[in-house]
Design a protein around this ligand. Sequence first.
Ligand code: ADP
Ligand code: F6P
Length: 358
Amino acid sequence: MAKFRKIGVLTSGGYAPVMNAAIRAITRKAIEEGVEVVGILGGYSGLIKGDMIPLTPRSVSNVITRGGTMLYSDRCPEFKTEEGIEKAIKTCRENQIDAIVAIGGDGTFRGATDLTRHGIPTIGIPGTIDNDITATDYTVGFDTAMNTVLSLIDDLRDTCESHSRCNVVEVMGRDCGSIALNSGIAAGAVAIAIPEVPFDAEAAIEKIKKVKADGKRGMIVVVSEGVKTEDGQPIGEFLTKKIEAETGIETRFARFAHIVRGGSPTLRDRLTSTLMGAVAVEQLLAGKSDLVICEIDGEIKPVEINFALIVDRMYKNKLKEGDLEGFSQEQYNEMKAICAKRKAEIDHLYDIARVVCK
Ligand code: ADP
Ligand code: F6P
């Protein structure tokens, strides 16, 4: 077992509502193993500045129910520079921090790799509401965000039913439609627009007219922020006007935006975040680093960060020249299979939505 005296934990990038559960699990698991824990405040900025607090089993009491991140989050351009990383390493050396767990998205994992390369073993935990990290089936925060969207749409439906209206709802997800797709199905949206599947606005409008003629009063359309108009604007407001103009149905627009990132985390998120936190500590203490803790087919397991970053680029069609160098044919095939599986799952759900939501 690699014997560390002290590990640091930080949250970075766009926070997800269940990061506190991971912080709590990491703290308690590490202390159980005889390792001290410090919380770095404000992500990589805090590491550069040396801003940190000691964490104890009691100081993380009750945080599992709270949204936000008790360690705060930040985006830190300085950390991407050689000077920035050197300052961060200096902080670790001066404070006897032997290893780090970084909770965040792909940007955070790139930073984690830099830390490992500079001698501070680091492991990542995928924390983002978007569920857009291809190597893992699940990112913590996703379930809470979807349930928040669901609850808000259920409330909107009261107005829609009462006034016989349509409401277009835009939800976050950057370039990933998973929040929109899942919560749209669960909320019974008549149409769903996500970036992964070409959106047929005319077909959606025909469907709205048809279900209206069938006697449906309230209608919800869910669009992901990543679906854009021809001039690059999020499609929601444009679609709202188009639906009203072409169907004659009074139509309103709601952008849920950052509200979806808040709130007390769900059971699914608390549990997964806790398991990932514990596994991250186990892996570090076993001498492993440069890993991201994933959920794959229901199992929590580590994946090399570089593999995770490249499979993510492959899925998003963002591979750069040389990205695949150093990977075996077997790894390449594995990446292809991961991408195909994810795409098939989304297509399948979208097809179900087309048939069931009307
Ligand atoms: P997320 O982790 O949610 O993807 P960002 O992309 O904003 O969020 O990344 C969070 C932080 O991680 C950045 O502010 C920066 O400090 C660090 N980071 C991002 N990209 C890199 C990179 N290429 N190299 C080193 N650090 C990075
Ligand atoms: O990646 C998480 C996320 O919430 C996205 O869904 C969204 O596009 C983005 O962050 C918003 O970032 P910011 O908080 O910087 O506006």
